[in-house]
Design a protein around this ligand. Structure first.
Ligand code: PLP
Length: 358
């Protein structure tokens, strides 16, 4: 079957095979990695290799700490303001869709927030020009969602925020393209789309920011707890981190972030091109400038045809093409690990479906 689910989502076959081959006896150690102590030598190596690979593949300098956390990217919607929305400052948010709004709504419960952009008038189908996004005078940080997984929008350029820390939720496009990490004070991402099995969240935090984390916070909620202990303060999600390490090795072998970007451009162009050639049968609601290379959303002429498309695509072995329940329509999530062939098969199916039903 071809997997277009939005997350958890497709993993490279090599990674699944490696997990399977080692699940009972991890590399001949006589025990499974998921039943071993997270303080033991065997797990420690996996943990440190995963962190080193994130640093290498994203080009992260020693000015940053890389940690794994639980609670999904959702917990970061709370932890970011808990740690950094201090001293009466304002948290600036760009409201670009469902996920950005969730981050904003959680931060609102913790401190003062301000929407520097709100895409509501255009039904969250476009983004602001990066150069027009400016933090407010008393800003603690400016937050953006680099790829709106539900709306299918992706930032192509980054705002210049000067001394104000730029914080990004990169859950659905991390390592799908090179990113100038030094423009960001913090990047976080749930693993389960581009990086591995669900369970771990990756947080990349510039070390100077850690000084702001208030000591009033309980241990787990304070970033410093995790950076000081190499993300081993408590039991980490070991299975997820093992999977992440394997996916990162696969990304490295495949050519790193640049190669992922080429794959993503090619795959997404095939689907957007199919829509462009369909004389309006398939329609992407998103502003062309900001169309996502990871989550391609599209509509058909009516809901009846959409239901038929979803039914028949599933019968043809293509899973997960239904749009998010909050917006309807169709969505193909085409993350790093999804082979190009799968996208060609979908494009072919779209053409054939239009021929029969257009
Ligand atoms: N942010 C974005 C952009 C997402 O796509 C998602 C999940 O789909 C989340 C945050 C929430 O992630 P989690 O389910 O790991 O809490």
């Amino acid at each position: 079957k071809l997997n277009f689910y939005a997350g958890p989502s497709v993993l490279p076959v090599e990674v699944l095979e490696e997990l399977q081959a080692n699940i009972v006896d991890y590399q001949g150690n006589g025990f499974s990695l998921i039943e071993a102590s997270h303080r033991g030598k065997v797990y420690d190596k996996v943990h440190n290799e995963a962190i080193a690979l994130i640093k290498e593949l994203m080009g992260i300098s020693d000015d940053y700490s890389v940690i794994f956390l639980g609670g999904g990217a959702t917990l970061q919607f709370s932890m970011v303001p808990m740690n950094f929305l201090v001293d009466g400052k304002v948290g600036d948010y760009t409201l670009t869709g469902t996920w950005a709004k969730k981050a904003y709504t959680d931060a609102e419960k913790i401190g003062k927030v301000h929407a520097v952009f709100d895409g509501k008038d255009k039904n969250y189908t476009t983004l602001p020009e990066a150069s027009s996004v400016k933090p407010s005078a008393n800003s603690a940080y400016l937050h953006l969602t680099s790829n709106e997984t539900i709306g299918g929008l992706e930032w192509k350029h980054w705002p210049e925020t000067g001394d104000v820390p730029l914080i990004a939720d990169m859950s659905s496009d991390i390592l799908s393209r090179p990113v100038p990490v030094d423009k960001f004070a913090m990047i976080y991402a749930g693993a389960q789309k581009n990086l591995g099995p669900a369970g771990a969240t990756i947080a990349i935090i510039r070390n100077d920011l850690l000084e702001r984390c208030g000591d009033h916070l309980t241990a787990y909620l304070n970033y410093k707890t995790h950076t000081k202990s190499n993300a081993l303060y408590n039991t980490p999600p070991v299975f997820s981190i093992w999977g992440i390490k394997l996916v990162l090795e696969w990304i490295k072998k495949t050519g790193g972030a640049e190669a992922m970007a080429k794959r993503a451009e090619k795959k997404s162009a095939l689907l957007y091109g199919t829509m462009a050639e369909s004389n309006g049968f398939y329609r992407c609601p998103v502003d062309e400038k900001y169309r996502s290379t990871m989550n391609v959303v599209f509509r058909l002429p009516n809901e009846e045809l959409e239901a038929k498309f979803l039914k028949e695509s599933e019968e043809a072995g293509m899973l997960g093409l239904k749009g998010h329940r909050s917006v309807g329509g169709c969505r193909a999530s085409i993350y790093n690990s999804l082979p190009e062939d799968a996208v060609s098969t979908l494009a072919q199916f779209m053409k054939e479906f239009q021929r029969k039903n257009g």
